[in-house]
Design a protein around this ligand. Sequence first.
Ligand code: KG4
Ligand code: ZN
Length: 352
Amino acid sequence: MIILGFESSCDETGVALVCTERGLLAHALHSQIDMHREYGGVVPELASRDHIRRVIPLTRQVLRQAGVRLEDIGAVAYTAGPGLAGALLVGASVAQAIAWSLQRPAIPVHHLEGHLLSPLLAQPRPEFPFVALLVSGGHTQLMQVDGVGRYSLLGETLDDAAGEAFDKSAKLMGLGYPGGPALSRLAEQGNAALHELPRPMLHSGDLDFSFSGLKTAVLTRVRALEREHGALSDTHLADLAAATESAIVDVLAAKSLKAVSQAGVKRLVVAGGVGANRHLRQHLTEAMRRKGGEVFFPPLEFCTDNGAMIAFAAAQRVKAGLVDLSDDSHAFTIRPRWNLEDVCIQSECSKQ
Ligand code: KG4
Ligand code: ZN
């Protein structure tokens, strides 16, 4: 079955075609980063309007790329949440309208399930079970993944997400938007050892995270440097960026390795936008190799939001028999706040 999938939960419009037998056929993406840059963050109303402008041209593009006709599509998937309400509504209503017009089922997909399964889009594919570190702008979670729809939450952030810690620290340092990539680029030239920053909850004994204190520590450093030197030089910024990145990566890596040991598995999967971070990738690759295990990352283009992971997650759910393909009501709702537990096979999802 060919599934057309839409992602529009935040600032990327993604459309993709995935075949349940042949895998990814085509995908196209439009990032709104340039549009939101001058505001220093995502403006929800602008995001929704831009999704409307992009979604049909991108759909035409993937159909052309894959040589697939609309009538060949067996189901239409879309991100139903979590995310920005107006933005979600664009993907949801377009998907439902196409599904209705073709008389095919529509499949709502949980955005985080898309991220969680996205490493399976690459070769070699990690086998189940694995531990997944989900690190995006809105979420930081460690999940045990025993199969499609079989997810157990091992730990999560109590406040800011890792991506938020990158973005907010970058903003305090006067770096561009989005902050994560800007901060990590700058960190390449810096010396992390010059600033001692806290590693929140590193020794808390559990698998939870807390990043909100880190940005206060970064702010204190910025103020101290300003008092001492006036405006911050590029070298000061690079050193502070390296120290911030190092603090975030140290905590993410330590907790991930602990989760892998506790779960008794050999495979770690990293997904979500922060999974694009080079330092995190290197650190985890080396640490997992020392442990005799393996770490898997989605290809960089599938780390941040995209349509391929949504169509792919829908395809996996269809293959696992978790989708009612006979449901032709096309009544729908979006879920700006939505727990991943709600899409688990009942009784298989719990905080351990
Ligand atoms: O998964 P994603 O594209 O969107 C959400 O669902 O949130 O993640 C976006 C987050 C942002 O916070 C961004 O700053 C961060 O991922 N990010 C990075 C890097 N690339 C993206 N953080 C650190 N280093 C990077 N290279
Ligand atoms: Zn995301």
